[in-house]
Structures are given as C-alpha cells and as structure tokens.
Design a protein around this ligand. Structure first.
Ligand code: GLA
Ligand code: ZN
Length: 671
C-alpha cells in the first residue's frame, strides 16, 4: 500500500496545535503562552489569522516588531509555525479609504465596515492590498526553519453582489457562453419574457431581482466561488514565488454551501478543514465530513485545522464536549485521514464575540483545568505515536458521490418539494454504509470510478457532461451503480432532460414518468418482491416504468401501488440499481448490506452498535482504528488467528478488545 508524504517533511508527525492570537494580549502573556504550549504538547501555532491592522495600522505604515518577537519566542521554545495571511478581515482604514473593498449584500446594498469576510472578491484594491501583505510576510518570514505551512486568509465565505462583481460576472459569462444567443438558450430565458438583448442587462440574482432563471442562479454561485478562489490564488502565487518549498493552504468548512471545494482542492497543497459538529452530532455525520475532505484530493491525508477543545459559541445551545469526547473526535479525524489535530483557539480572548468560545487556555489562565488537562494528555499521546499514522491511506472500494453544482441546482429548483435537503439525503445513504464498518470514499462528478466496485450517487439531479457515459462504461465493465429518486433531471445549466432519468435511462433500464411529493405526515411503503418484508418511505416518490430492469420492490400504497420502487438492471458485466424514493434507514441498511455482501466487501471488524472501525494503511502497516462512540464501556471480539498490537494501549491485546466509554484503540495487524 503506497503512502503519502508528510505535509512538510520537516515535521513527519501529527501536528498538535492551533490558532494563536498574541496580538490580543500584552507581551507579558506571551512568555506564559509558550511555557503553557510546551506543557500542552502544542507543537504548532497558527499565527496571523486576523492580524492585518496590527501589522499594517495605516496604508503606508508597517509594525512587524511584535510578530518578530512572538515568532522568536515560539522558535526558542521549539514550537513550529503555521503562518497565516490576515486577509479575512480588512482594517477599518481600508474600508474607509477604498469603499469598493466593502462587499454588497444580495440586494446590492454596500455593507458597512465590520465583521469578517466582508470584502468584495473582485475589488482591485482588496486584491492589491491582500497580495501586498502576503508578499511582505513571505519575504520577512519565509526562511524560518520552523515555518511549516502557509495558511492563506481564513474561511473564504461570503458572496458579493456589487457593481464590480456584476461587471466581472458578465465577462465570465461571455467566456463561458460566447454569445448572448447561446446564453439565452441555455438559460431558457424566453420564459416570462426574460430574454436578454444586451450583456449589460444581466444582473446578479438579487433577492429582489432575478431568481427565476436557475441557469443564472447556478452560474452566479460558480462565478463567486471562482472569484474568491482567484483571491486565494493571487496570494498563493505571490507567496509561492518567494517560498516554493513551503506548502500552502486555506481552511475549508465541510459542506459549506458557497464554495465548490472540489474545484478549490486543486489549488491547495493540502486540504485543511474546520470541524465544528453539534455536540450531539451523529458520529456517522462527522465521519462523512472527514471522508469528504479526504476525498477532495482523491485520498490524500488532510488537516484537522480547527476544532473546539470544549464548546462553540455560535450555536443556540453550546454544550461542552463531555470528558473523553475531545480525544475520541480527534482520533475520529485521524481515523478518516487527518494528519493533524488542531484547535480554535489557544487562549480565550477577553472581549469580542468569541469570548465564550472554547479555548485550550480559559480566562483563568490556569493549566490545571479539565480542558487543559485533556488537551495536554492528548498531545502527549499523539507525540508518542510519532509518525505511525502519517501519510497512511484508506483503501476504499465504495464511493458515495457528492457534487456542489448539484446541490446548488437542487436548492434553486422550485418544486416538487421544498426543501429537498440534498446534504442530509447524501448523509443518510453514507451513514447506512458507515454502519457496516467498511472504508468509504466521498467522490465527485469528475472522480476516477475505476477504483471502486460500488458507487452510490444519491439524488444526482444535475448531471455534468460526460459523467453518465463514464458511469455506463464503468458498469459495463463490472461496476455496481446505485441511483436514487430525483436523479438525471437536468443538465449543468439546469435545463431539464427530455425524460428522466436523462442520460442514466439506459444504464438503469427504467423510465420515470411522474414525481409525487408527500406531505410531512405522509408515507408510502417499499414492498419487497421476494416477500422479505416492507419498509416505509417518504418525501418524494418517482413513478417508474421498468424498461429492461428487474423490479425488486413495489410501492405499497396510493394510485401507484404495485409499480416499481426499487429496480436492478444488468448492464454488461455490472449492475445498476434505482431507489425511486426517500427510503427509511433500515431499508438502506438491508439494501446496502446485500450489495456489499454480493461484492465480497466485508466489515473491517464486526462490532457492537456505536463502535466504529476504520482502516489506514502504509507500506509498513495496517492500522485499524476502533472508536467507541458509546458513553458505556464495551467489548469487541477480535478475529481468531490474528495478532494485534494497540498503539494506544499499555498491554498486549487478547482475543477481546475492552474499550472504555468513548475509548479508542489503534490496532496494528501483526502478520
Ligand atoms: C471558524 C474560524 C475561527 C473561529 C471559529 C469559531 O472556524 O476560522 O476564526 O471564528 O470559527 O468556531
Ligand atoms: Zn463585489
């Protein structure tokens, strides 16, 4: 099993650290900080994330002294640095001097200065000043031996609807469509007399403007994602020219709606993401997000760039992570491909809106708090792991397809039911596979399918050019494909196919004639044709005609009772299934159970409920991560005839693995 290289070969171990904002504190605190960092086994500090005004208090004035001193203290204390450019929040002087820096909201109103990610990505002044400070940072600090990574800006996020953006959008559209006639055709603008007769008539999809042309809505989202990415690339290229050997990234936010991270992934050296699940999140949903991030670069290990050591502050109820959860969820990330465990934030600020956000060092400044202890113990344990897990990959035979453009199109579509909850729908299918303890990759419309035996594409409404052909070829040569309700409906500019499931008709061997939407309290039934039972289904029901496919189950109720709801089509050497509705979880558990069995894809270990197992492997070793998500102790019987070593345990591993509440083991299979 080949493995990946460490993020930076200077530090081939798990990075344990996080956001550090020394500019919020007087210098006396800095000495205490580095001392505490040593105690917490904090081996990397992310600095500079919001330091713009502290470094450039006016356009022509620079104040590097404080950062020089902080960096020196970190270096003397043997800490590494992840150096951020501060461009996520522009200083007040900049908004004042150059109003075009301020973005406009979805009614085109210029926002006031404040907050963060409040700039226009197409503002020439923003771009110029952002590149300038990125360049200066690289020139000044690029040679530091303990500089491991560049962190460009922070959580790119907010779309803009200003006149500069509108102009740039028109240029973007001209590139994409060539002519106005083509654009009008692809956007179906004869509808409601919306035909454009001049490029200048095209406006962003304002909240009080054009929201009925979905080609426009989706293209504007593509354009804004691209524009923010352009800002990232400008800073990155400036830095790369000065420090070609230091990796560069920016931090993502999981299933964040506004950015197509699959497109962004090509531009970063390593995927980094900020993981803030609800305190009561279903672990399968967190696992999904980690797998998504590992998938963005086709399996390359990623960074857990931020997580809270204790609580968040921006949810309605910000419960503390219970003792043990921080450790469990940190290993959950590592189990799914993270090579770092990092936090927001190091020391809790005394003012501002994040003073109730969890931090390693609380307001009391003490090192004997529960959180500090948990962080330090975890840090020590990660240190002992050394490079054991670094670069290890996850060999998955199952792929679940996710696509941002598809999400945008589904959200824009008016009817047949609203909301359609695409992300939740994908997670539901993923979770059924996750409960089987098999490695899963999240894949995308442009992923190489050849690596997989089983591919599931939940609610793939928008089909990008070429995808259906690639799926056909792959099924032809033996792949197993699963599509679901509301799939194969529209092309990439949201023009409906003439008959659903569009380009998947052939491979699925079916035709969808109508789509029924169910009221929240309504259900239908999935009645298995082999007499094995029935399941409930809800929300959307496609009315399907089999055209070559075999009917595995039929609807139990309503005027379409007895018509197909689950079908199977033999196609070449492979098979393609259609689930024509939103099936209850137990259906998915059973259905995917059979498919996995048929493929010979077996659980890594059979475990009690709530115990997860993942695999990471290198050339040297196979590591099974066993994670007990239960608040109770549990036991996992281990396969006979195999010997294991637990990298987190003290003694030898017997025939049963004893896991304490929220316990974790990393078992190395001894050949
Ligand atoms: C994000 C940001 C951090 C901080 C946290 C709080 O992830 O990147 O600066 O605001 O949220 O949860
Ligand atoms: Zn703008």
């Amino acid at each position: 099993m080949p493995s990946y290289r460490p993020i930076n070969s200077r530090a081939p171990f798990i990075w344990h650290g996080g956001d550090y904002n020394p500019e919020q504190w007087p210098p006396e605190v800095w000495d205490e900080d580095v001392l505490l960092m040593q105690q917490a086994h904090f081996n990397i500090a992310t600095i500079g994330v919001f330091s713009w005004v502290s470094l450039q208090p006016a356009e022509d004035s620079w104040t590097w002294g404080w950062l020089d001193r902080v960096i020196e203290k970190l270096a003397t204390a043997g800490r590494n640095i992840c150096l951020a450019t501060p461009t996520a929040a522009q200083p007040a002087w900049m908004s004042q001097a150059y109003p075009d820096v301020l973005r406009a909201d979805d009614r085109g109103r210029r926002v006031h200065h404040g907050g963060r990610t409040n700039y226009c990505p197409n503002s020439p002044n923003y771009r110029r000043l952002a590149v300038q400070i990125a360049t200066k940072l690289a020139e000044r600090y690029g040679d530091l031996p303990n500089l491991l990574l560049w962190h460009v800006s922070n959580e790119y996020a907010t779309p803009c609807y200003c006149e500069l953006c509108a102009q740039a959008f028109r240029g973007w559209l001209q590139q994409r469509y060539g002519s106005l006639d083509e654009l009008n055709a692809r956007w179906w603008t004869r509808f409601w007399s919306h035909t454009y007769t001049d490029w200048t008539q095209i406006e962003p999809p304002f909240a009080d403007g054009e929201r009925n042309i979905h080609g426009l809505t989706i293209d504007y989202r593509r354009f804004q994602s691209d524009a923010l990415m352009e800002c990232y690339k400008l800073e990155r290229d400036a830095i790369r020219a000065i420090t070609p050997n230091i990796p560069i990234t920016t931090n993502f936010m999981g299933t964040f709606p506004h950015l197509d991270y699959r497109a962004w992934a090509q531009e970063v050296d390593v995927i980094a993401w900020d993981c803030y699940p609800w305190p009561k999140a279903y672990p399968g949903d967190i696992a999904f997000l980690h797998d998504l991030n590992r998938g963005l670069k086709d399996g390359q290990p990623f960074m857990l760039m931020e997580q809270t050591p204790s609580s968040q502050n921006w949810q309605p109820v910000n419960a503390l992570k219970r003792p043990g959860i921080l450790r469990l969820w940190s290993y959950l990330a590592v189990a799914h491909g993270a090579d770092t465990v990092m936090y927001f934030q190091w020391r809790r600020g005394r003012g501002g809106s994040e003073k109730f956000h969890g931090a390693v060092v609380e307001h009391s400044g003490r090192n004997d708090t529960r959180v500090f202890r948990e962080v330090s113990e975890l840090g020590a344990e990660l240190e002992r792991l050394g490079d054991t897990t670094i670069g290890a990959m996850t060999p998955a035979r199952v792929g679940v397809l996710f696509d941002w453009n598809n999400w945008w199109a589904i959200d824009a579509a008016v009817g047949p039911i609203n909301p359609k909850n695409y992300v939740e729908f994908v997670r539901k299918h993923y979770a059924a596979l996750w409960r089987k303890n098999v490695p899963i990759d999240i894949i995308f419309s442009d992923s190489d399918l050849g690596r997989y035996d089983l591919v599931i594409a939940p609610m793939l409404y928008l089909v990008k050019p070429g995808l259906a052909e690639r799926i056909e070829q792959w099924v032809q040569s033996g792949g197993t494909f699963v599509a679901t309700v509301f799939s194969g409906v529209a092309d990439e500019t949201d023009l409906a196919f003439e008959g659903y499931p569009g380009p998947f008709k052939q491979v699925l061997g079916i035709r969808v004639e109508e789509i029924d939407a169910l009221y929240p309290e309504q259900h239908n039934q999935i009645v298995m044709a082999d007499g094995s039972g029935s399941y409930s289904c809800a929300n959307l029901c496609d009315i399907v005609y089999a055209e070559g496919a075999q009917v595995l189950a039929t609807y139990g109720e309503d005027f379409y009772a007895g018509t197909p709801v689950v079908t199977e089509n033999s196609f070449g050497q492979g098979r393609a299934y259609y689930i024509a509705t939103d099936a209850e979880a137990s259906f998915l558990d059973d259905f995917y159970g059979h498919l996995l069995e048929a493929q010979g894809i077996t659980p890594l270990l059979p475990t009690p409920t709530g115990v997860e197992v993942t695999l990471r492997a290198t050339e040297q070793r196979r590591l099974l991560f066993v994670l007990n998500h239960n608040a109770e102790a549990t036991q996992v019987p281990l396969p006979e005839g195999q010997r294991f070593r637990d990298h987190l345990g003290a003694g030898p591993v017997g025939s049963t693995l004893d896991l304490p509440p929220y316990g974790v083991s990393i078992l190395e299979v001894q050949e």
